[in-house]
Write a protein that binds this ligand. Structure first.
Ligand SMILES: [Fe+2]
Length: 453
């Protein structure tokens, strides 16, 4: 089988529990909680789920930090009924939407003292226990009419968690608002044409910002047997929807045709809305995970008076996994963090990484970037060949926006295992504050969270 699960993406075959991990440096005593990260890890490379990066069974890797120590590392598959069966276990109880029982593989978040592995396109989240055991699929007490979303955004002032669900069987997207206890407070259907894919969205104080881009469900590709039957559709105009958080009304404006997986952040700026995204020139060309070119970090300025969208390139290096200080979600902000991962760009950029000058240097192929958006400058931290650097998650400590830590799994090829690297965000290129040495490799994956105790 032609699998994307090789090199940095190669799955691990065991679940491991390890205590009192070796540490170089000093773990900040204020970091009490868990760093968790989800990603696709096929049970077997002979399975159909190993044929596409998006379909590998979810595996959550976690490190628990307490009182300056790394108490444990655990990695656990998310037990959908199929995964439980393959592991010789009973299926967990829980609801299923539209027959889509899927081992959620895209993100892992905390909400109301609970932990959820999430995924998009119709399936429900799976709730995990503190030690990453699977409790069961969750529809938030019956509050979800359909599936959920991989990406959510928490308003740090109101405590509302926003999500935007989509499903190929719907003629709408569904905006969801949950309260801090995980109770669904509001459900709003937003009519859209052509069943577009929507991986992420943005939140400002006034708006939910919806990306309605030309990647739509393709019956032709579904009939041909493509696992991910979504394709670039020139007949689907690119739009941005501004949904008023107060009234629920949506205003649509024309957008530059492109594909966006991820938001860095967004905010209201007088008569404009600023949205920072990682954008690709095209997406899912002929339904392959081939995004027609490398990604770059862009800023959109949406003029609320004229409805025009200005586009400026903030950084043209092929980066992904944008994160920021989520105490400032939806508000003006200064700093962002992204990752350059050669292996990821090779998969999603349609094999363009090899053609890129910037990636010709293997070291730069594994780099974390800190962006100072006010000054328009970047600091780059190169992690070397085979580092398979993952998403940089920011954890705030002091009041200042970059007073805190950046956490990421980084492969250590010399040990054949991963480290959890903890950087000082204010000393981004200096020595790590701490490096936690894990007992095993952590394959490249998708998204994660710091979930404080
Ligand atoms: Fe994502």
């Amino acid at each position: 089988m032609n699998t994307p699960f090789k090199d940095g993406f190669a799955p691990v075959s065991e679940e491991i529990t390890a205590f009192d991990l070796d540490v170089t440096g000093r773990i900040p005593a204020e970091l009490n909680g868990r760093y968790l990260r989800n990603g696709p890890n096929p049970l077997s490379l002979d399975d159909p789920s190993a044929g596409h990066l998006f379909f590998g069974e979810g595996m959550v890797h976690g490190v628990r930090l307490r009182d300056g120590r790394a108490e444990w590392y655990r990695n656990r598959w998310v037990r959908s009924a199929r995964v439980a069966g393959r592991l010789g276990e009973d299926p967990r109880p829980g609801p299923v939407h539209a027959g889509l029982d899927f081992s959620a593989n895209t993100h892992v978040i905390g909400l109301g003292g609970r932990t959820f592995a999430t995924v998009e396109a119709g399936a429900l989240p799976y709730e995990l226990g503190y030690e990453l055991d699977t409790i069961g699929a969750c529809d938030f007490g019956g509050g979800l009419p359909g599936g959920f979303a991989a990406h959510t955004h928490l308003d740090p002032v109101t405590g509302e968690l926003h999500a935007l669900a989509y499903f190929f069987g719907w003629d709408h997207h569904q905006h969801l608002v949950l309260d801090p206890k995980g109770v669904v407070q509001r459900v709003t259907d937003i009519p859209v044409a052509d069943q577009p894919m929507v991986h992420d969205f943005a939140l400002t104080e006034r708006f939910v910002v919806i990306y309605d881009l030309p990647v739509t469900f393709s019956l032709a590709h579904a009939e041909r047997g493509d696992r991910l039957p979504y394709a670039w559709n020139d007949d689907h105009p690119a739009r941005i929807g501004l949904m008023s958080r107060e009234s629920g009304d949506v205003r649509w404006v024309d957008a530059p045709p492109c594909w966006v997986f991820h938001t860095l952040n967004a905010y209201d700026d007088g008569d404009e809305v600023v949205v920072d995204v990682v954008s690709y020139p095209k997406g899912f060309v002929d339904a392959r995970l081939d995004l027609g070119g490398p990604p770059a970090l862009d800023r959109w300025r949406i003029d609320l008076t004229t409805g025009r969208v200005g586009q400026a390139r903030l950084d043209d290096r092929p980066q992904e996994f944008p994160r920021m200080d989520e105490r400032r979600t939806g508000r003006p902000y200064r700093y962002g963090y992204t990752a350059v991962t050669r292996e990821l760009v090779d998969v999603v950029g349609g094999g363009v990484a090899g053609e890129l000058e910037d990636l010709a240097d293997d070291a730069f192929g594994n780099t974390l970037i800190k962006h100072d958006l006010r000054r328009g400058t970047q600091e780059s931290r190169e992690l070397g060949r085979g580092a398979y650097v993952g998403e940089p998650v920011f954890v705030g400590a002091g009041e200042a926006e970059d007073d805190g830590y950046v956490l990421s799994f980084v492969n250590n090829p010399a040990r054949g295992a991963a480290d959890l690297v903890i950087l000082s965000a204010q000393d981004f290129t200096g020595e790590p504050v701490a490096t936690v040495h894990l007992p095993a490799r952590v394959p490249l994956g998708f998204h994660g969270s710091w979930i404080a105790d």
